[in-house]
Design a binder for this molecule. Structure first.
Ligand code: SAH
Length: 237
């Protein structure tokens, strides 16, 4: 079954956007995954096709109406086992392990908020799982959804070549990736580290591992600590 992203948005014309080029775009064109962007406004019922209203309790901005969004969700077919996600700065921060989980499933139904967000009742009534892409606020969920989809799509079978394999990259084993080098041999008097051109594969692997650990400890002590349990288990087990 083809991995399928079904997006509910007020701006379907934003898709595929950046997902239509390069790795994700080629995979989309060759049918390795499918994308459907649906207009929430198509489910509006009044004559002005309104989708938002002022917040109960007062305050600035507008809120996406529960009835309109629920109708849009109900009118959308998605695989019953596909998670229903709501892009939201209040959600659980997206991680590579959640991305891996999503990529092995049938796809996702992804709701993109706008304005101040969506009416809380629709989150509960349609059991939407709130997902954040980081501790900052975007103007809408579309770019967040694109980030999530891009991260999933590159892991789908056949999308990345063996050469681009994701096995060793950042966050596998809770480590940041080691630094990369390529020609020229000397760049502005900086040479490529000697070990990398030695042809000794074991030494190269050990150097990369040490660099990955050093970078993780210094840049992301949080990741280093959470990853320690898992790393202990792999070296001991
Ligand atoms: N008033 C809200 C922000 C709304 S931003 C608050 O303070 O929490 C409008 C929409 O952009 C949100 O409904 C959500 O869909 C999207 N969005 C903004 N920041 C996001 C983030 N960090 N991760 C995922 N979605 C985000």
């Amino acid at each position: 079954m083809t991995w399928r992203a079904t997006i509910l948005t007020l701006f379907p014309e934003m898709f595929p956007g950046p997902l239509g080029v390069s790795l994700a775009g080629r995979a989309l064109a060759s049918g390795l995954w499918a994308l459907e962007a649906r207009d929430i406004r198509a489910s509006a019922t009044d004559k002005h096709r309104s989708v938002d209203d002022t917040p109960a309790g007062g305050g600035p901005g507008m809120v996406l109406r529960a009835d309109v969004l629920a109708a849009a969700i109900d009118a959308t077919y998605a695989a019953p086992s596909a998670p229903r996600l709501l892009m939201s700065p209040r959600g659980r921060p997206l991680t590579q392990s959640r991305v891996r989980e999503l990529a092995t499933g049938p796809g996702a139904l992804i709701v993109c908020g706008r304005f101040e967000g969506v009416d809380q009742r629709v989150i509960e009534a349609r059991q939407l799982e709130e997902v954040s892409i980081g501790d900052y606020v975007l103007s809408g969920g579309e770019i967040a959804a694109m980030a999530l989809i891009d991260a999933c799509v590159r892991l789908l079978p056949g999308v990345m070549g063996k050469a681009e394999s994701g096995a060793e990259e950042s966050f596998s084993d809770s480590l940041l990736e080691y630094p990369h080098y390529t020609r020229p041999q000397i760049f502005e008097s900086l040479p490529i580290p000697e070990i990398l051109t030695s042809g000794d594969h074991a030494k190269v692997a050990a150097w990369r591992r040490a660099e990955a650990e050093r970078l993780t400890r210094t840049r992301r002590p949080d990741l280093w600590v959470t990853g320690q349990e898992g790393r202990k288990n792999t070296t001991e087990g």
